[in-house]
Design a protein around this ligand. Structure first.
Ligand SMILES: [Zn+2]
Length: 405
């Protein structure tokens, strides 16, 4: 392949010309060209590129994160489990899920993020769009959930919310639910009943379990593609005896059913879904609504992880609202759990942000006020130095929820 940028630019221009001629009513163009050219008979196809004006840049150099030398399945065997009582290496269901999704090698920042979380640190990951930030924290969190489901975490029983996943907008939460459904569909293939990993959105729009809920749910899931390989339809919602469930049009009887997706407020709370998608406003309401203790439990006292994705969206008034909310959240949680002053809260905060460079920062230190502080580990600093971009690294102030007073 040629790397002559000018030649590539000409190719691009010709390709665009072809596309333009094919897609347009060309009579007017022909007319213009023949007027300019004094009525030549040359075809529009050949002459059009001469009439197109372009300007650079033609190519842009991107800063790609470094890919690991070791295949994913090998790395996964060597990563530690979170629980001392669980076997080392990631759970086979987690390995199988990402193997099936086509993961061959992780980026180095993904490996470091996963390792930081498996080592039980608060973790902040920064990487550009489409680089796989989600997987970098989802892999270790799914690992934790599998361990908890197998009874390895006394404080986080098999049926309880393990992860509150917070999005700045409802649309982003819906997008993430689509992705989670894909992964959990594969992960749950070999699981049954209570062993299945469950997920649900609880936000201001999530309906109560009553007959009116159908049209909202049906419309919401119409835009979700079915994760199975058998049907090419979108997901559907069905009224059941005591609530709602997601179904699909699979021709075979062998399909994995989709009951791991919980749909109404009551179902999300009663099922104590493993992964709860929400937004800061909803967390705020559940925090002070002391009349709904089961809601407080699933939002505040049960989780092991609170994940803030798309942190760069939390700026200005919204950012300061969320920062204050999380201080109140941490304080309420300590008091609801009845933790003594010197007892550490085992909650871990995870942040994902999209800046211009890739890095991961982590810390398991706590300040006296129990507000997590974000520092680079020695290993992370070495990583940053290698890339020597200290000025473009985000600092801790980019996580509004964890600024110290
Ligand atoms: Zn299907």
């Amino acid at each position: 392949m040629s790397h002559d940028t000018l030649e590539l630019a000409e190719d691009l221009k010709r390709a665009y010309g072809d596309h333009y001629v094919a897609g347009q009513n060309t009579a007017t163009l022909k007319d213009i060209i023949s007027r300019y050219e004094g009525g030549t008979e040359q075809s529009l196809h050949e002459r059009l590129p001469e009439f197109m004006r372009t300007r650079g840049p033609f190519l842009q150099a991107l800063d790609l994160p470094r890919q690991s030398d070791t295949p994913w399945t090998e790395i996964a065997q060597t990563l530690p489990s979170v629980a001392d009582t669980a076997e080392n290496g990631l759970h086979e269901d987690v390995i199988r899920t990402f193997d099936a999704a086509g993961f061959e090698r992780l980026y180095q920042f993904q490996e470091e993020t996963a390792a930081a979380l498996l080592d039980d640190n608060h973790t902040l990951v920064t990487a550009g769009t489409g680089r796989g930030k989600t997987e970098s924290w989802l892999i270790p969190i799914l690992q934790y959930i599998c361990e908890a489901k197998a009874g390895h975490h006394d404080d986080h029983p098999p049926q309880s919310v393990k992860c509150v996943l917070t999005y700045p907008t409802k649309a982003l939460a819906q997008d993430q639910l689509k992705r989670l459904i894909e992964y959990l569909y594969t992960l749950n293939e070999t699981r049954t009943g209570q062993d299945r990993i469950t997920v649900g959105i609880f936000d201001g729009d999530t309906p109560h379990n009553d007959p009116d809920a159908f049209s909202y749910l049906d419309t919401a899931f119409k835009y979700f593609e079915c994760p199975c390989d058998d049907c090419a339809s979108s997901l559907m919602v069905e009224r059941t005896e005591d609530g709602y469930q997601v179904t699909h049009d699979a021709p075979s009887d062998l399909d994995v059913d989709l009951d791991f997706i919980k749909l109404t407020r009551e179902e999300v709370v009663d099922a104590e879904v493993d992964i709860l998608l929400t937004n800061p406003d909803t967390v705020n309401y559940r925090l002070f609504n002391i009349n709904e203790q089961d809601e407080q439990q699933v939002f505040v006292t049960q989780p092991k992880y609170v994940v803030f994705d798309e942190i760069h969206e939390y700026s200005e008034l919204f950012g300061s609202f969320t920062a204050t909310l999380m201080r109140r959240y941490l304080r309420s949680r300590r008091s609801l759990l009845g933790l003594d002053e010197d007892e550490e809260d085992d909650l871990r905060l995870v942040g994902a942000v999209q800046p211009s460079r890739t890095s991961v920062q982590s810390s398991n230190e706590s300040t006296p006020s129990q507000t997590p502080k974000w520092r680079s580990s020695r290993r992370t600093r070495a990583h940053l130095n290698r890339h020597s971009q200290p000025t473009s690294q985000p600092n801790s102030s980019q996580i509004p929820s964890t600024q110290t007073d």
